[in-house]
Ligand binder design. Structure first.
Ligand SMILES: [Zn+2]
Length: 225
């Protein structure tokens, strides 16, 4: 098989995967209208695959996904890419271990973002998935590097794969697009549970040593070997 065919096959597979993962955003009710997106890094290439801008989730196909370079310029595709492409491209440029990025305005997590309040580590699930509180990133307006910079600077200092960008919403990352979607789903779930817990009283924090043990076990032992 030639190198060119290899790249075309990788791209075709990623178009299918990124397209299919958008169905998880609606399945878990993380998005309304067209406000939310998934992207994936093309392994070994300075490229990413992302949702087209303003196309409804029902109308997404592998073919209308957009391939961009890591400066956010369209390389392949008939549609304009998601308006979050620049922010996501910045994340791929600066965090080489990231293979997937998801953005949503999911309700409960975004309610925490509106208060610029991190989600505290008061559930084993928060320790497992996020390794501590889910942090808040700075207020940033679309149109330059400030959203991407805010995501990268916040996640660099944290074990969390998700950040609540102040007054905006969730950006989640992972080694691949599927794990980034999982982090976005988990982020909304813990945001909701901790919110409900607080209506009933003060949630009890988990001791830092236990957070470390939970995180380590979940990241290294849990699941199918
Ligand atoms: Zn947004």
């Amino acid at each position: 098989m030639t190198a060119v065919t290899d790249v075309q096959e990788t791209l075709a597979a990623l178009r299918r995967e990124v397209c299919a993962l958008h169905a998880e955003l609606t399945r878990y009710q993380l998005v309304v209208w067209t406000a939310g997106n998934v992207s994936a890094r093309v392994p070994g290439r300075d490229l990413l695959v992302i949702k087209p801008s303003g196309v409804s989730y029902d109308a997404l196909t592998p073919e209308n996904m957009v391939v961009c370079d890591l400066d956010g310029r369209v390389v392949e595709g008939d549609h304009a890419p998601s308006s979050d492409t620049e922010a996501q491209a910045y994340v791929y440029r600066h965090l080489p271990e990231v293979g997937g990025v998801v953005h949503t305005h999911s309700t409960y997590a975004t309610a925490w973002a509106a208060r610029a309040e991190p989600i505290p580590c008061v559930l084993t699930m928060v320790a497992d998935e996020f390794g501590g509180e889910v942090p808040v990133g700075p207020f940033a307006i679309i149109g330059d590097d400030s959203i991407g910079r805010g995501i990268v600077e916040t996640l660099r200092d944290s074990r969390s794969p998700a950040v609540l960008m102040q007054n905006h919403g969730v950006f989640a990352v992972g080694p691949n697009a599927r794990s980034a979607v999982k982090a976005a789903v988990m982020c909304e779930d813990v945001a909701r549970t901790v919110h409900i817990s607080r209506q009933l009283g003060a949630p009890v924090p988990i001791a830092p040593a236990d957070v470390d043990r939970l995180f380590d076990r979940y990241q290294n032992v849990y699941g199918q070997r």
